[in-house]
Design a protein around this ligand. Structure first.
Ligand SMILES: Cc1cc2nc3c(=O)[nH]c(=O)nc-3n(C[C@H](O)[C@H](O)[C@H](O)COP(=O)(O)OP(=O)(O)OC[C@H]3O[C@@H](n4cnc5c(N)ncnc54)[C@H](O)[C@@H]3O)c2cc1C
Ligand code: SF4
Length: 462
């Protein structure tokens, strides 16, 4: 260990931008054993590891790095899969530069963080190649939990309930499981077989998955509360935000998730809306987060003639991962910073011809160090476009079945819960975006884990 003075940080090999733009396959290769082992060997094994604290799942990172460096692959697989319901997924799509890797001692000392996410992916992929699978309880109790929603929150809750010996029936309104892992995050970041492989194992462990079933419409929520020992609600945050500017209701103005979902449906061979076709179109994406980068890179792969990203702050203040920003730039996106949308410009037939923007500047820092965005007077300028995509985040929706069954929500429509993820109703639990507002896969996974642990404690009196 502690080989950081001899071994530099390396990233896994990345496909060239010209090649990768032609398809939706993942752009990073998984580390080879020798790469993972030498990268893991850089770890200094800190006594109070910042990576472990910063990781929302509190993964045993230094421990599994040591086992990888010592070539004990099986122990690494077991450790990694204990605290994380799907390590090869978080390893691929966590914004590590804002989480575990940001608080790695080597990053802070200027040596470059351990490539924690890539090693995490390697550990499980290498384990699967060796024929190892996640473990579940040998013996099931008579208890059964209904899970509403198959996104990372429900997916994680199901994993930990099945491990405790509690049966799971999962209800999902879409035709495939995974929530935004499947219909939001594009395949060039996360190939869908990676997600479905784990669902197959959950089904083998006894979970019943009911697809195309919307709770509150096809199944009564009250019936679930009566027929199961507990219910977990992981329904995400589905209401997209708009900019509230003139012209935004044109059919050439897309909401990010509608666009990404329809393109994914097209790739699955499912029915989709062809008006989301961007081939040979000039696309403008408004927003600076990871969803904006996903829309940019999807548009480039779908044959857009040009893709511009307009963002109201600057490159340093983008909320998404630096890695995704770099990838979007390499693939040919143009970035215009300090720009805020004023009006979508339409022709006489209501078709988009461009967008009028206003220049912005950042104020001086307030006491918390934050700079607000200020509009520069008389600064309007026009950007030509055929398609505008808004990637401005999500609001919570609170379906009627929640209030009808006494499940409390806050003023933003998010479900409220205590530290055990229990809602205002004793046997109803929640987690993920419907509780936090739109956030991350790893935080949804942690919520699902906490809820499952609390449910198991209650139902099995552990
Ligand atoms: C485009 C995009 C890219 C992203 N990229 C990243 C990333 O790279 N890294 C990262 O960490 N996070 C990313 N996120 C955020 C992350 O995907 C979410 O925070 C996470 O998926 C939330 O998980 P969840 O289980 O709470 O909700 P969701 O993933 O939204 O899943 C909720 C599920 O519930 C189902 N459902 C809803 N209502 C019902 C009902 N009544 N009956 C039955 N089923 C129902 C939905 O169909 C859905 O499948 C991204 C988000 C988007 C939109
Ligand atoms: S789950 Fe995410 S934050 Fe935690 S160790 Fe893995 S990549 Fe890092």
């Amino acid at each position: 260990m502690q080989n950081f003075t001899k071994t530099d940080r390396i990233e896994p090999e990345k496909r060239g931008s010209n090649e990768r733009k032609k398809d939706f396959k993942e752009i990073y290769r998984v580390f080879k054993p020798v790469e993972a082992e030498s990268q893991a060997d850089r770890c200094v094994q800190c006594g109070d590891p910042g990576c472990h604290v910063k990781c929302p799942l509190h993964n045993y990172i230094p421990q599994w790095l040591k086992t990888v460096a010592n070539k004990d692959s099986h122990m690494a697989f077991r450790l990694s899969n204990e605290s994380n319901p799907f390590p090869e997924i978080t390893g691929r799509i966590c914004p590590q530069d804002r989480l575990c890797e940001q608080d790695c001692t080597l990053q802070q000392d200027g040596y470059g963080a351990i490539t924690i996410g890539s090693i995490e992916t390697y550990i499980s992929e290498n384990g699967f190649k060796n024929g190892w699978k996640p473990e579940f309880a040998d013996k099931m109790s008579e208890k059964k939990v209904a899970i509403v929603g198959s996104g990372p929150a429900g997916f994680s809750a199901a994993t930990y309930l099945l491990r405790s010996g509690i049966g799971v029936d999962m209800f999902e309104k879409a035709s495939r499981p995974g929530g935004l892992l499947t219909y939001g995050i594009p395949s060039f970041k996360l190939e869908k077989e990676v997600v479905f492989r784990r669902f197959k194992w959950l089904e083998e462990a006894g979970m019943k998955l009911f697809l195309n079933v919307e709770v509150g419409k096809d199944v009564d929520f009250k019936e679930l509360t009566e027929n199961y020992d507990a219910v977990f609600v992981g329904i995400g945050a589905e209401a997209s935000k708009k900019a509230k500017i003139p012209g935004e209701n044109s059919e050439d103005v897309f909401i990010a998730i509608d666009f990404l979902k329809n393109i994914q449906q097209k790739h699955f061979g499912e029915a989709y809306d062809e008006h989301f076709n961007v081939e040979n179109k000039r696309v403008v994406v408004i927003g600076g987060g990871d969803t904006a980068m996903d829309c940019i890179r999807t548009s480039l792969r779908e044959g857009a003639s040009s893709v511009k990203c307009l963002y109201r702050r600057d490159g340093h203040n983008m909320p998404g991962s630096r890695k995704e920003f770099r990838n979007a730039k390499e693939e040919g996106a143009e970035f215009i910073f300090h720009a805020s949308p004023k009006e979508v410009l339409l022709n006489d037939e209501g078709k988009v011809i461009g967008i009028e923007m206003l220049k912005t500047m950042l104020s001086s820092k307030d006491d918390s160090g934050r700079q607000s965005v200020e509009i520069v007077e008389d600064s309007a300028f026009r950007v030509d476009a055929d398609i505008i995509i808004f990637a401005l985040g999500f609001n919570n929706t609170s379906p009627n079945f929640l209030s009808e069954n006494g499940v409390e929500t806050d003023k933003w429509g998010a479900i409220t819960a205590n530290d055990d993820m229990q809602t205002s109703k004793p046997f109803i639990y929640t987690g993920g975006d419907c509780f936090r507002g739109s956030d991350l896969v790893v935080t949804a996974a942690q919520d699902g884990k906490l809820a499952a642990t609390a449910i198991a404690k209650k139902l099995l009196r552990k």
